[in-house]
Design a protein around this ligand. Structure first.
Ligand code: SF4
Ligand code: SF4
Length: 423
């Protein structure tokens, strides 16, 4: 942290003592996990800076935007269309949390056997540790898994600013109509809170911004197919995590710069590990920042993670929006179709997901899959069966864990044994 932000944090109502403790723990974890890596690309310097200022400089930017009249919109799920937020001149921030924080506070409201992601976003708010939640004008929830649906009711009681989009469970014609209607309603909601009528031009500009961000992430994903891998899984994961916080134009520029450097590495055969290192895809539940646990264990055991089949990863950028629209209504139709291509395990059936994983394995030349579910994340825990069945010929390991460090030893033993079978 470059400056003293105490006054800003105080103004946002954070618990200063606990917050200082959290930043201390995060900074130590970052040094141990990230800064100790060998052969890091120079382009990661920008992302190191973003992390060091994640509760500082970025919050200053957000509060400045707010002062200028822009609305700050917090989201938890890929289904919330960023294009509509940007078209209304809003700032879109991902609020999912990946650290075991405020658990005892959260458990006063929700059961112990709730997934770590839900507990963490409740915990961060209740313990007074999240400057992002405090800066938001609107928090957009969605009817995906049961845990989130019910948690948003409580979260609204606490924050008084939750708006929920209804997401269907299936993708039939009727469901598509329902979802299109939800997208239209969300546009109206954004117009209401921003006081700005969204025009065709606004949607064109916003769609181009979000597509460019997706294209930069796709470029990064493709570069990871090289052997030796030009970037570690940990670093690539970080870029995918930062995508939910950063200014989208700057993020795209810096990711493209990183990719240009990686392209040179690939040309010269330079990698972060030796050619032939076991290549792993991590697939399943979202991997919210600062959840670096499984990547750290996997790469610390001598493998390289080459892809994340996750919302923080492929699911976020796999499909571009078709920008070929000429009216606002047509744009909303294209937006609603694009978002329904997301293959979240909350849908039934969800046959696209195993097929998408299969293509990803082929494209990245992966040697094995670690199917990762957060404990109590029923959709992904259940869907592991179907994924494994579809990917019969690929070494596959199921793993359930949370954000605690207690099972690190056990996970390491299992991952090492899995890598032995691949070798
Ligand atoms: S896993 Fe599903 S519900 Fe969770 S963020 Fe991703 S798309 Fe949304
Ligand atoms: S990780 Fe699973 S249980 Fe947790 S919020 Fe996402 S879909 Fe729901």
């Amino acid at each position: 942290m470059g400056k003293d932000y105490t006054e800003m944090w105080k103004g946002l109502g954070l618990n200063l003592e606990k917050h200082a403790g959290l930043l201390g723990v995060l900074s130590d974890a970052y040094k141990n996990i990230y800064l100790s890596q060998k052969e890091r690309p120079a382009g990661m310097g920008y992302f190191d800076f973003v992390i060091s200022e994640v509760h500082g400089q970025r919050i200053i930017e957000i509060l400045k935007a707010k002062k200028e009249g822009k609305k700050i919109i917090g989201t938890f799920c890929l289904y919330v269309p960023e294009e509509i937020i940007l078209a209304a001149d809003g700032v879109c921030i991902g609020l999912c949390a990946g650290a075991e924080v405020g658990t005892s506070e959260a458990e006063k409201f929700i059961p112990r056997n709730t997934c770590a992601l839900i507990k963490a976003f409740m915990g961060f708010k209740l313990a007074g540790l999240c400057p992002y939640v405090e800066s938001t004008d609107l928090i957009v929830g969605e009817t995906t898994c049961d845990g989130k649906k019910k948690a948003y009711e409580i979260f609204n009681e606490i924050t008084k600013k939750v708006y929920v989009m209804e997401i269907p469970n299936m993708k039939t014609e009727e469901d598509r109509k329902l979802w299109l209607n939800e997208v239209r309603k969300f546009k109206e909601k954004m117009e209401e809170i921003s006081g700005k009528k969204i025009t065709l031009n606004d949607l064109k500009k916003a769609s181009s911004t979000v597509n460019k961000k997706r294209e930069a992430l796709q470029r990064l994903s493709k570069l990871r197919s090289a052997d030796p891998a030009p970037i570690s899984g940990l670093d690539a994961l970080l870029v995918n995590q930062v995508a939910f916080y950063d200014d989208p134009l700057r993020f795209t520029e810096m990711t493209d710069r990183l990719c240009a450097e990686l392209e040179e590495r690939v040309k010269q055969g330079v990698g972060v590990t030796k050619k032939g290192t076991p290549r792993i895809i991590i697939s399943g539940s979202p991997i919210a920042i600062p959840n670096w646990k499984l990547h750290a264990v996997t790469e610390g055991s001598g493998a390289v993670v080459v892809g994340e089949e996750s919302c923080v990863g492929e699911r976020n950028h796999r499909e571009l929006l078709d920008e070929n629209f000429t009216t606002v209504d047509e744009a909303l139709g294209k937006i609603s179709s694009r978002y329904l291509t997301i293959d979240c395990a909350c849908f039934t059936p969800n046959n696209e997901r195993p097929d998408n994983i299969k293509s990803l394995v082929e494209r990245l030349g992966a040697d094995g899959i670690i199917h990762y579910s957060l404990q109590f994340c029923t959709p992904y825990m259940m869907e592991a069966y179907k994924v494994e069945k579809t990917l019969k010929s690929i070494p596959f390991m199921r793993l359930e864990t949370d954000y605690s460090m207690e099972d690190m030893g056990q996970i390491k033993t299992r991952v090492e044994a899995f890598l032995e079978t691949i070798r």
